[in-house]
Design a binder for this molecule. Structure first.
Ligand code: BGC
Length: 351
């Protein structure tokens, strides 16, 4: 049976073919070439993004689109500006446009089950991209190993503790609506909790940054400074955006560069801060690998060849076939050998 979502394109293709045949019948060489391959309907992929505010999502979008188009597909992109209702509406719009495959970066991993249900009803496969959609019948999940991201941030801290006193630490977590933010914290906890228990570090302040907003992170940092004064050694910021907010607060107190600040994403501004000494490290996540694979899988599914993937992750409803791309911790010492060598930023950009 032909899935209903293919109807508009099949009808269009049939019309194009009929028009071609009608035109041909007016000419002398009327016989259609029986050996010519049948025209294939173009695969259309709907990409629903939470936000495009952080630099990384612009890279994800551009790489995904370029790869899908290279493979002959079309990509329709909508961004929800961190609004759950808007994102559910975006997915419904994409479904009504008759896309063949949906790729979703959820703002809220728990709020997208309704949108996925609509996609299931329309028999449109769904790929959850970077962030997991919980308790929903999704087909694939592609991400990085997010617990390892948190562990790499924690390990960096562990390797750079002050030698002569108990480290005073501020922890800034990501958006509580983002499943990844919880996994980053889990990874950080794996490394930091034993150090807390051993009395090597003391968490002087901690909080979650709504929607990963840098200005919320700045407020968290201000609250930490109000509480602990300038006696802060380390800020475990969960990504580069929140690191930027925290560093802004530190800079207003003229203690930026004196406090070790972590991050994630290898955003250009963060890599520049690492080179000039106000941020200590970031996590490089090769977006090219993730976005390219996601586009390839989306096109394959659209063409009716869903790939078999052995690795799975339970999203609360099912074991979802999953791919996890490895990540690298980056500081000043290996910036050139990682981020620059991979072509993510140029050495000139980092000056
Ligand atoms: C992503 C991070 C990103 C954050 C904020 C997370 O889900 O994994 O790379 O910094 O969202 O957009």
């Amino acid at each position: 049976m032909i899935p209903s979502r293919l109807f508009p394109r099949l009808v269009l293709t049939a019309l194009v073919l009929l028009a071609g045949l009608a035109g041909a019948s007016c000419s002398k060489s009327a016989a259609p070439d029986a050996t010519a391959p049948a025209a294939k309907a173009k695969i259309v992929i709907g990409l629903s993004l939470d936000t495009l505010k952080e630099e990384r999502w612009q890279h994800d979008r551009d790489i995904f689109k370029a790869e899908a188009e290279k493979l002959g597909a079309e990509v329709v992109i909508l961004s929800a500006n961190s609004d759950d209702t808007q994102q559910v509406r975006d997915v419904e719009t994409l479904i009504s446009k008759g896309v063949n495959v949906l790729v979703i970066v959820p703002h809220n991993g728990s709020a997208m089950d309704r949108a996925v249900k609509d996609a299931n009803d329309a028999k449109i496969p769904v790929i959850s991209y970077d962030r997991l959609i919980l308790n929903a019948n999704i087909d694939y999940y592609l991400s990085f190993d997010n617990v390892k991201v948190g562990e790499a941030q924690g390990t960096y801290v562990k390797d750079h503790l002050p030698a002569d006193h108990v480290a005073q630490v501020v922890r800034i977590y990501g958006a509580p609506t983002d499943n990844n933010a919880k996994l980053f914290k889990q990874g950080q906890d794996n490394i930091l909790n034993p150090l807390i228990a051993a009395g090597k570090i003391k968490v002087v302040h901690e909080d979650w940054a709504t929607d990963w907003k840098p200005d919320v992170a700045k407020n968290i940092m201000n609250a930490a400074i109000t509480k602990a004064g300038h006696a802060i050694d380390i800020v475990v910021a969960s990504n580069d955006g929140t690191a930027g907010g925290a560093i802004q607060a530190l800079s207003e107190e003229k203690i930026d560069g004196k406090v070790l600040v972590t991050g994630q994403d290898a955003e250009l501004a963060a890599c520049q801060r690492i080179m000039n000494g106000t941020q200590a490290m970031t996590i490089y996540k090769p977006l090219k690998t993730l976005a390219t694979q996601a586009a390839q899988i989306a096109v394959a599914i659209g063409q009716g060849h869903p790939p078999a993937i052995a690795d799975t992750l339970d999203n609360g409803m099912k074991k979802v076939p999953s791919i996890f791309v490895p990540v690298v911790a980056v500081d000043k010492g290996n910036m050139l050998a990682t981020v620059v060598a991979d072509g993510f930023h140029t050495a000139a950009d980092l000056k």
